[in-house]
Unconditional design. Structure first.
Ligand code: PXP
Length: 240
């Protein structure tokens, strides 16, 4: 059964909507841990639209499972991560106008800068992951750059409409897992996974971990974070 990383960004999104101090993403992280989360993920965006520097620092001090920081390769963010030293750093593409991370990082195109950032983050003690589409050349480039993990973008599956699109998305992920593992990489998955669509990807052999945010935080509004995480864990167990 794959591990479950919970992305708590959208708890901070609700707080930032009013600029107050609630709900606190740090509380959400503790509740997620009590619900069985194997890791806590946050994305410190350059525009600080949800998670703030303070959140990252308090999470570093309080999270007892793996702490995973999603980040762009921008120098100021890399410097912050070097100081924070999260257990894992996941490199993601970032555009200010996007609603959320859309698609994977183009490792082939930014190979030199990614290689440099991976080495800086490894020097700070972080295990480095690259969030990429399930494309062979991208997976190979991530391995060449020194990443130990690839997180395959599951949006292709989440957004697939027709049976044909669904089949193609699942087979691209299965292929990606095989290529990644053959290169000695750990292979994670994330983006767009929900209680309704997670079964098929959870059933693929070889995923180490899923990172899930929006759907779990949405359910937590009604049932609480601890229960929402527990329900997602049960699905991974049932289908994994
Ligand atoms: N993995 C990565 C790398 C992401 O950027 C995101 C979105 O922040 C997620 C997983 C979680 O996606 P979702 O919120 O759609 O579950």
């Amino acid at each position: 059964m794959a591990l479950l990383g919970i992305n708590i960004d959208h708890v901070a999104t609700v707080r930032q909507a009013r600029g107050t101090d609630e709900p606190d993403p740090v509380w959400a992280a503790s509740e997620a841990e009590l619900g069985g989360a194997d890791g806590i993920t946050f994305h410190l965006r350059e525009d600080r639209r949800h998670v703030q520097d303070r959140d990252a620092r308090v999470l570093r001090e309080t999270v007892s499972v793996k702490l995973n920081m999603e980040m762009a390769i921008a120098p100021a963010i890399v410097a912050f991560a070097q100081e924070l030293r999260p257990d894992q750093a996941t490199l993601v593409p970032e555009r200010r106008e996007e609603l959320t991370t859309e698609g994977g990082l183009d490792v082939l195109r930014h190979r030199d800068s990614i290689q440099r950032v991976v080495s800086e983050l490894r020097g700070a003690g972080c295990t480095v992951s690259a969030f990429i589409e399930p494309i062979e050349d991208q997976i190979r480039a991530a391995a060449d750059c020194g990443c130990a993990i690839v997180e395959l973008w599951t949006g292709g599956w989440a957004h697939a409409g027709t049976a044909d699109e669904k089949e193609k998305a699942i087979s691209a992920l299965a292929n990606g897992i095989e290529i990644g593992r053959s290169l000695g990489l750990a292979v994670d998955g994330g983006h767009g996974l929900t209680y309704r669509n997670v079964a098929a990807v959870a059933g693929l052999k070889g995923f180490r971990e899923f990172n899930i945010g929006h759907s779990v935080v949405s359910r937590a509004v009604f049932v609480g974070m601890r229960a929402a995480v527990g329900q997602m864990k049960s699905l991974l167990e049932k289908h994994g």
